[in-house]
Structure formats: structure tokens, C-alpha cells
Design a protein around this ligand. Sequence first.
Ligand code: HH2
Length: 268
Amino acid sequence: MMVPVHTQVMGIVNVTPDSFSDGGRYAHVDAAIAHGLLLTAQGASIVDVGGESTRPGAAPVDAAEECERVLPVVRGLAEHGIIVSIDTRNALTAQAALHAGATIVNDVTGFVHPRMRGVAAAGGATVVINHMPTADPRTMQAHARYDDVVADVMRFLGRRIDECSAAGIEQIIIDPGIGFGKTTQHNLVLLAQLDALSALGRPVLVGASRKRFIGDLSDDAPTDQRLGGSLAAGLAAVAHGASLLRVHDVAEHVQALRLWHAIADARR
Ligand code: HH2
């Protein structure tokens, strides 16, 4: 018996030399496309392609270099009929990726820039609005100060939803931005109180996979040894209302979600 997965899984393909967890591994176009196909076969319904690391302290990449990295991968995956999301903070990259076949723009800076909103609206894209307290990954950890992290994140997301809607964007997904200018405690509080975000009336995506707070809670386990914590964080997010998970380990998350939903269904 194959139990359906009600939660959508977004598989990550980082075409970067320096991503925190898988940097360098999929830098080659063919390897990146093959990895995206594998993630889809494992149950991902979206593949998120990124050409710039946004880990704390990462150096920015210019749009030309970023396009060179991601466009062949976006095109290759879209040609296979895969739903592709482009993970970028550059409007030029977003625009080129939409032309190459992406249908979702995932902007970790949360569409604070009007150009980014214009590009997404013109391309008829679905957007993922991620919370980040400042648009620069190099300094975001210095901004990990909130009066009330849940209320602050909600205020930010609410404003961005209004701005994106005013720009003509119809499909909006929101994301609390786990690890973006947040301490371990902020991340835990956001996961524990994720239900609050449902008041904003949009699907919630959570990206906790392999992030540093998992290492912080497990004797500094390196990124390739954070699967257990990633699964726990993902299931906690689903229990508190997330309908999409952005993950590296798709097969394992799909299996965990199958069990989770089968148990939930057995209660009825
Ligand atoms: N996290 C990362 C990148 N993009 N997008 C959304 N919407 N939500 C997230 O939590 C999120 C994201 C960071 O993870 P990763 O892609 O693995 O690393 P890097 O930024 O180093 O490429």
C-alpha cells in the first residue's frame, strides 16, 4: 500500500561552489540536472535551483555568473516537465529563469525590491516570500534581534503579501526563513508557533533541512549528519501547519511524511 503524501516536498539543487551543506557537488550542469531528476523520482513535486549560497556570511554572486550557473539546469529540468523554482535575490536572474521554464520565484530576501515583484508579476510566477531581517546574508546574523520573533516575522510577511498582491502576483507562498538572521531559540520558537502564520491565509513553506540550529542541538553535528534533526524539524513544521518542505534529503522526508499522514488518517 502506498499512502499519499499530503505535504509537498521541494527538493534542493544548489549549483554553487560554496553552499553550506552540498556546495560544489552539483556544480556541473549534467550532474545538477541528474540530481533534480532523482529528487523528482524520490517524490519532490518542485525542484528549487539556486546559484548563490545564502549561508550566513556568504559572498554575493553577480547576476551574469548566477545565470550562467542556473539557466542550463532550469532549462534542462523544465524540459523534463518538472516544476522548477528559481532561488535568487536578483531580478535579472529571476526573469531569465522564468524565460527558461521556471514557474516559481523563491526570493530569500522576501520580495522587498519592487523590481523583483515586477518580474514575478510579468512572468505570471508563483512566489515564495521568505523572511529575512536584512537583505544581506553577510550581515543577517547581526540582525537576529526581535521584540517578538513570531509577531515580527508575521508583520514582515503581511507587508510583503500586500506589496506582491498590489504588483499583480496571485500565487503567494510564505516562509518564516528558518536560519535567516535567527538564533537557535528564534528558529525553535518559529517552528513551535508556526500555526500563527496561517492567519495570513497563504500556504506555508519551511526550510529547516540540515541547518545550523540542528547542529547546535546535536553536539555540532556536521551538515551531512543532520538528517534526524531535519526530519524532526520538518514533521514539527507539518504538525504546525506547513504544507511545503524545502529539503535536501527528499526520499527520507517523503517516507517520514507518508508515515506521518498515514498515522493521522488512521485517527479518523
Ligand atoms: N534556505 C536556504 C536557501 N533558500 N529558500 C526558502 N524559501 N527557505 C529557506 O529556508 C531557504 C531558501 C539555505 O539553504 P541551502 O540552499 O541548502 O544553502 P545555501 O544557501 O548555502 O545554498
